[in-house]
Each structure stands twice: as structure tokens, then as C-alpha cells.
Design a protein around this ligand. Structure first.
Ligand SMILES: *[C@@H]1O[C@H](CO)[C@@H](O)[C@H](O)[C@H]1NC(C)=O
Ligand SMILES: *[C@@H]1O[C@H](CO)[C@@H](O)[C@H](O)[C@H]1NC(C)=O
Ligand SMILES: *[C@@H]1O[C@H](CO)[C@@H](O)[C@H](O)[C@H]1NC(C)=O
Ligand SMILES: *[C@@H]1O[C@H](CO)[C@@H](O)[C@H](O)[C@H]1NC(C)=O
Ligand SMILES: *[C@@H]1O[C@H](CO)[C@@H](O)[C@H](O)[C@H]1NC(C)=O
Length: 291
């Protein structure tokens, strides 16, 4: 039951404060000036995952029977509008307290089939993010970047954070294609999450703040995604942004027992048909490219 999960997470967090990074404790609650509201989450729900589960990973845990709307396996990728990887803790496994990602910011372009005259209100845009929960537990906290391409050919790359059902652009940090971003999202109390977003090329471009959540986090899943943010798909490849391969060079989930799990790209499943994006492996990296 979710209640027992919440209680045990709270108890376990209290018992394991020593595992929290000291900076998490010192980070201030965000100020409204730090962020600009740009939307509400739910426009790109996780139910857009393909219904067909991939083959179970050898270390995989069964899907939680209490979450029928959730994807049916613990590791998955998709050829719909979202692809990447996620891991969910089994009911009896230690819960996640943090997700970390390091990736290089890609450039984006409209697909060849995209027609600005026919679709003037569509602006090709992708999100690259990492986060905690939002799969079997509805509260999602995520952070990453948006990459948008405008009709005049210019690109805009914006750090974003998502919490309490809202999506914000980060005003106090900036990023450009080719720069490396590190994002760590850590549950520090049931309803307080630390978001540590940093541009590793320009260390003054950073956001390290605590944010509130609408309901309690349950620490059941960690995720690393590339999403196409155009909400409807006409024909394969039609509306969407194409993007340079996104290299996730670090995909880590921190567990409440103090251990860390690394996503193993070799266990990801693959797709190329009608693909918005393709999950691939390159050594220990997770590489997501558009086709
Ligand atoms: C783009 O869309 C407009 C309006 O529907 C159409 O007239 C034009 O032929 C299209 N251009 C291409 C290259 O398909
Ligand atoms: C390109 O279009 C965007 C969005 O309309 C605008 O913000 C930007 O200033 C434009 N850039 C140039 C060089 O015209
Ligand atoms: C960011 O830093 C990395 C590592 O130092 C470097 O390889 C890369 O070229 C830098 N990117 C930009 C846009 O400066
Ligand atoms: C996780 O950490 C505990 C102690 O904190 C240790 O006993 C256990 O072996 C670790 N598990 C793994 C899979 O490393
Ligand atoms: C990709 O999408 C098609 C059409 O939606 C679907 O039939 C197919 O099962 C999907 N493939 C994978 C590997 O998810």
C-alpha cells in the first residue's frame, strides 16, 4: 500500500540522514524569481509508453500490481513521444532517494517533413531530463533542458524543472548546445526535493534549490528521458524535432540503504521502426538518437 511506502520512506530517511549530501541540507527553498512558470505537467503523460513490455531484465523486478496504468516492466524504451530508460524498485527493495544524470546538450532541427506553413503553431522542441517518481507514483520531480528550434532557424536551450505538477524555466542558469549538464534530483524529506542542476562548462550557471511537492514522494522509480514535446503525432517523423544524439554518460540511482545503482545500457531494448528516437548503447553510455 502506498501509505506504508510513505511511512517507511519517512522513517528510513530519518534513519539515514547521514547519506544525504551536506549541500542538500544547506540549499535554500527556491525563490519565485529563480523560476518562470511555463506549463503544467501532464501534457506528456507516461501513459504514452508503448503498451508492449520489453523482455524482462535478469535483475528486473515485477511490475507493481497496484499500478495498472504504469508501464509493465521496470526497464523500457519507447518509439512514441518519449524514449529513454527508467528503473523501478520492487516493493520489497530499497527505495530510491535520488537520480543523477550527466549529458551533453544537443542541437535540434525540424524534421524534413515538417512544414512551417501548414503547421504554424507547432514549434519543434524536445526535453532531456532525469527525475524521481512519476511512473507508479504520480508525483514527479524532474529537471533537465528544453531545446527548441524556431522558424527563423535560431535555437533556444533552457534549463527546466518540474515539481508540484508544474513546469518552470530556470531563470538563473543558462546552457548552450555542446555543454555538459549534470542534474541530481534528491528526496530530502517526503515532500521536499533538492534539485541540483549545473552546467559543467560554466559553473556559475547553476540552480541548487529545494522545492516542495504536492504529495509525498515514494521513491519507487528513477528515469532518464528524451521527450518530444509536440503533443500530437501526425505521421511518423512528421511534426517532430530531430536532435543530435543525446549521450547520457552517467545514469545513477541512489538507494535509501546508501547504495548506488547504475543503469546498464546493455539491458535497454531497442527500436528503429517509426522511431522518434532510438535507444542505443555505447560502452556504458545510454545514447538516444532521432531517426
Ligand atoms: C506546406 O504546406 C502548405 C499549406 O498546406 C502547402 O501549400 C505547401 O505545398 C507545403 N509545402 C511543402 C513543401 O509540402
Ligand atoms: C527567432 O525567433 C524567435 C522566436 O520568435 C525570437 O525569439 C528570436 O529573437 C528570433 N531570432 C532572430 C535572429 O530573428
Ligand atoms: C564543455 O566542456 C567539455 C569538457 O571540458 C568540452 O569537451 C566541451 O567542448 C565544452 N563545450 C563547450 C560548448 O564549450
Ligand atoms: C547495500 O548496502 C548495504 C549496507 O548499507 C549492504 O549490506 C548491501 O550489501 C548493499 N547491497 C548491494 C547490492 O550492494
Ligand atoms: C513502435 O510503435 C509501433 C506503432 O505504434 C508499435 O506497433 C510497435 O510495437 C512499437 N515498437 C516497440 C519496439 O515498442
Amino acid at each position: 500500500m502506498r501509505t506504508s511506502v510513505i511511512v517507511s520512506l519517512a522513517t528510513a530517511l530519518a534513519a539515514h540522514v547521514s547519506h544525504a549530501a551536506p549541500t542538500d541540507k544547506l540549499a535554500a527553498l527556491f525563490s519565485p524569481w529563480d523560476l518562470e512558470l511555463i506549463g503544467h505537467s501532464g501534457a506528456h503523460p507516461f501513459r504514452e509508453y508503448d503498451a508492449t513490455p520489453p523482455p524482462p531484465a535478469s535483475t528486473g523486478a515485477p511490475a507493481a500490481p497496484t499500478a495498472p496504468a504504469a508501464p509493465a516492466a521496470n526497464r523500457h524504451n519507447s518509439n512514441t513521444t518519449t524514449c529513454g530508460a527508467f528503473e523501478s524498485a520492487a516493493d520489497d527493495a530499497p527505495m530510491y532517494t535520488a537520480a543523477t544524470a550527466v549529458f551533453v546538450v544537443p542541437t535540434v532541427s525540424p524534421r524534413p517533413a515538417f512544414n512551417w506553413t501548414r503547421d504554424p503553431t507547432v514549434t519543434p522542441r524536445i526535453a532531456v531530463s532525469t527525475g524521481v517518481d512519476g511512473i507508479s507514483c504520480p508525483e514527479a520531480v524532474r529537471a533537465g533542458i528544453y531545446a527548441t528550434v524556431f522558424q527563423n532557424g535560431t535555437q533556444q536551450h533552457v534549463p527546466f524543472v518540474e515539481f508540484s505538477g508544474r513546469v518552470y524555466a530556470v531563470r538563473i542558469a543558462s546552457v548552450a548546445p555542446g555543454e555538459t549538464v549534470r542534474v541530481r534530483v534528491s528526496i530530502i524529506q517526503d515532500d521536499i526535493v533538492n534539485i541540483d542542476w549545473s552546467n559543467l562548462n560554466r559553473t556559475t550557471e547553476a540552480f541548487n534549490k529545494n522545492v516542495p511537492t504536492n504529495s509525498n514522494m515514494c521513491g519507487k522509480s528513477v528515469s532518464w528521458f528524451v521527450e518530444d514535446l509536440v503533443p500530437s503525432k501526425a505521421l511518423p517523423g512528421d511534426f517532430f524535432a530531430a536532435f543530435q544524439p543525446v549521450h547520457f554518460s552517467l545514469l545513477e540511482g541512489s538507494l535509501i540503504d546508501g547504495n548506488t545503482t547504475h543503469f546498464d545500457a546493455a539491458t535497454a531494448s531497442f527500436t528503429t521502426e517509426n522511431a522518434l528516437c532510438k535507444v542505443d548503447e555505447s560502452g556504458t553510455e545510454l545514447v538516444i538518437s532521432s531517426t
